[in-house]
Design a protein around this ligand. Structure first.
Ligand SMILES: Nc1ncnc2c1ncn2[C@@H]1O[C@H](COP(=O)(O)OP(=O)(O)OP(=O)(O)O)[C@@H](O)[C@H]1O
Length: 695
């Protein structure tokens, strides 16, 4: 039962002290705080007036007032006694209640002690926060994935019988994973993807054939060249490499494949790309001549343009520009030059634009090539300005396309963007103005478990690659460590021919040369082929010199790829490396991208790469198209932290269940057999050679 509210308002101890009978109003007033609050100050003033000063009239009034006061006092007394009674009663009830409450509390406590907590369900563990969203658009965050082990016969992919036969002759029976994905997407037909395609597939997975084959198949009946495909790659060597694959596939067709890479004079490249001829057209000839004479008058004469060509035309003829090639393979810089300076080099009939090693090309954006190319590609030639050939082509295309019934007649341009280290960078990809793009990712089964919604870039290494890492201390004996790897692990067995050329102090020159010969013979028949990467072409040359002094048996089998080599010389060099005449090729990062040299068994990072991307491309020169290969990296004390954390243990590089094997040997193992002394001699010789060169 709730306690009565008035209990709080009870005056302090009204019952315990006997209240004296108030003799005067004053004393009553003092003892009662309630009265004190209600009494008016006017009454107080009246009471304090001295009696002597009072007049008879006043006295009467005072007597009346006294009566009134007595009456009031009586009333007060009555109210007060009533109040006291109620207070006493309240007090008594309060005490009773207090006892009741106490006994109730005690009871409640007792009862509570007996209660057991109700059994509760186990708390639900809160799931760790895993974002299910991506900042990337769906085409980048949810790519089409293909297992890298997937392989299908070319016949099942709708490849024309003529090309299936050609592929068999080249030794390709089944299509590799990236080819099984790309061929149907790029072939005309119902599986065709009517949009652009980005491809992320490991090094050596067969991307070149995947984009060249459908293009060449589509152009196989072409009799007169029309520029239909442009392939952009980052280096001259890659232009030549793609050209070789294209030419092999084009055998038996009239398709013309041309290159623009700057290895020949610009004018002769122009002549190869654009064929000038005279066309009889008196009306247009007159218009052009009027334009030419206006230009002569104003002095604003176009140089090297159509007016120049008009001068060489017979009467009533106009210059007409035809494409000299169907497929153009080029570097971005040279392509931009042709777009800007070659009259008649028009891109309005281009149906395929391929950008290989796209991440590198977009990162460099040399001469703003992407924007220049996109402007040239997307600027449609108005029908009025089309030449006869273009009009013919447009009519043929509109009539033959299976989509012509449902789609408006317009050129369909497909962009194919590829890399082994494709970056999901929207800003860079944005410069390519992709339409309805699709990302195709070729990856191992194990990697598929990884969430692909992840916005981070992940690069996969070939599954047939074994990686080794060697700590070389402070790096002062690095060439000796390299020599140790070469003799012990790459050219196994060669070191057992254990007479070193540097044992000059003990060995007779006759003996020495016979050991050298024996080693050279062992080397010539050896199957291993090794590509050694250095940080620059200068260090490549230096290392090459050192190695041939340290191990003379290497001399005839060791070459360096430098910037000074002409395109022809570097092609020859790569050919002899491919054939096995050269066993050790030392190069800078310039050779890390895209180079496809068959049967490289080992890659050695003599100097560690400067980025993860560079590592992926360097080691990707071996283990190509399912072949086994090894990658060795020599790292110093100061390089260890970055290399071990980022490359060997980081999340960016995926290598399945495989791990990088750490190999360590004692410094004495590499300096044995007088090699330290030989190294010093080699250094001295190198210094002399450099000085001699400088003189
Ligand atoms: N269907 C096939 N069967 C067997 N080998 C093939 C097939 N297609 C291509 N190859 C071979 O695979 C090798 C690698 O091909 P390619 O150079 O196109 O690789 P890539 O994916 O472009 O590599 P990178 O990213 O390093 O440039 C080449 O030697 C090529 O001849």
């Amino acid at each position: 039962m709730p306690a009565p509210l008035f209990k709080r308002w009870a005056p302090p101890k009204p019952v315990t002290k006997p209240v004296p009978k108030p003799a005067t109003v004053e004393s009553a007033r003092i003892s009662s705080p309630i009265q004190e609050r209600t009494e008016s100050p006017v009454v107080e003033a009246k009471l304090s007036t001295p009696k002597a000063a009072k007049k008879p009239k006043k006295r009467k009034r005072e007597a009346e007032a006294q009566d009134e006061d007595d009456e009031t006092s009586k009333k007060h007394k009555a109210i007060f006694s009533k109040f006291e009674k109620v207070s006493k009663l309240a007090e008594a009830r309060g005490q009773q209640h207090g006892e009741d409450d106490e006994s109730n509390d005690a009871q409640a406590q007792e009862e509570l002690h007996d209660l057991k907590p109700m059994p509760q369900p186990a708390p639900i563990p809160e799931a760790a926060f895993e974002p299910t969203f991506s900042t990337l658009p769906p085409w980048l965050s949810q790519p089409t994935t293909i297992e890298s082990s997937k392989s299908l016969p070319f016949t099942e992919l709708g490849v024309d019988a003529q090309f299936v036969k050609r592929l068999e002759q080249l030794g390709f029976k089944d299509a590799l994973a990236v080819q099984t994905a790309l061929l149907p997407m790029l072939h005309t037909g119902f599986d065709q993807h009517l949009g652009d395609v980005c491809v992320s597939a490991k090094t050596g997975s067969g991307k070149t054939l995947a984009y060249l084959l459908p293009i060449i198949e589509a152009l196989k009946d072409r009799a007169v060249p029309i520029l239909s495909a442009i392939v952009v790659v980052p280096s001259r060597q890659l232009v030549n490499q793609a050209l070789q694959v294209a030419e092999e596939l084009c055998v038996g067709t009239k398709i013309k494949v041309g290159t623009a890479l700057g290895n020949t004079a610009f004018a002769s490249e122009q002549k190869q790309l654009v064929k000038l001829r005279a066309q009889y057209d008196p009306k247009r000839a007159k218009e052009l001549q009027e334009r030419a004479s206006r230009q002569f008058r104003t002095g604003f004469l176009e140089k090297g343009g159509i007016i120049d060509d008009l001068m060489e035309m017979p009467l009533d003829h106009v210059p007409q520009y035809d494409s000299g090639v169907d497929i153009l393979i080029c570097t971005p810089g040279r392509l931009v030059e042709h777009i800007e300076h070659t009259t008649g080099f028009l891109l309005n009939s281009v149906r395929w634009l391929v950008i290989d090693e796209a991440d590198q090309l977009l990162n460099q954006n040399f001469q703003g090539w992407a924007s220049v190319l996109m402007d040239a590609l997307h600027g449609e030639t108005p029908v009025d300005f089309m030449n006869a050939q273009e009009r013919l082509y447009k009519r043929e295309r509109d009539a033959n396309s299976i989509w012509s019934a449902v789609l408006p007649a317009r050129r369909q341009l497909t962009k194919v963007v590829l890399s082994a280290t494709m970056e999901k960078d929207l800003t860079k990809l944005g410069t390519l103005r992709l339409k309805r793009p699709k990302l195709v990712v070729v990856q191992d089964e194990a990697t598929e478990i990884q969430p692909l919604e992840n916005d981070d870039n992940v690069f996969e290494l070939p599954s047939t690659l074994d990686e080794f890492a060697v700590h070389v201390g402070d790096g002062s004996n690095k060439p000796l460590h390299l020599l140790h790897v070469l003799l012990t692990y790459v050219f196994e067995g060669l070191d057992s021919i254990n007479t070193h050329a540097t044992k000059e102090a003990v060995a007779s020159s006759e003996h020495e040369s016979s050991d050298e010969d024996e080693k050279a013979t062992g080397l010539s028949s050896h199957q291993s082929r090794v590509l050694v990467f250095t940080k620059s072409t200068e260090s490549a040359s230096r290392l090459s010199h050192l190695l041939s002094v340290l191990e003379p048996a290497f001399k005839n089998y060791l070459r360096t790829m430098t910037r000074a080599l002409t395109a022809d010389a570097s092609r020859k060099l790569l050919k002899s490396f491919g054939s096995g005449d050269v066993k050790i090729l030392i190069a800078s990062d310039a050779a890390s991208r895209g180079l496809d040299i068959p049967d490289i068994t080992h890659v050695i990072n003599y100097d560690i790469p400067t980025s993860i991307t560079s590592y992926v491309h360097r080691v990707g020169r071996t283990s190509r198209a399912g072949k086994y290969g090894q990658a060795w990296t020599l790292f110093t004390k100061t390089e260890a932290a970055w290399f071990l954390k980022q490359v060997t243990k980081g999340d960016t590089v995926k290598r399945g269940a495989r791990k990088v094997k750490r190999i360590e040997w004692k410094e004495s193992a590499v300096t044995a057999d007088g090699r330290k002394k030989a190294y010093r001699l080699a250094l001295a010789e190198l210094e002399g050679a450099v000085k001699g060169g400088a003189d």
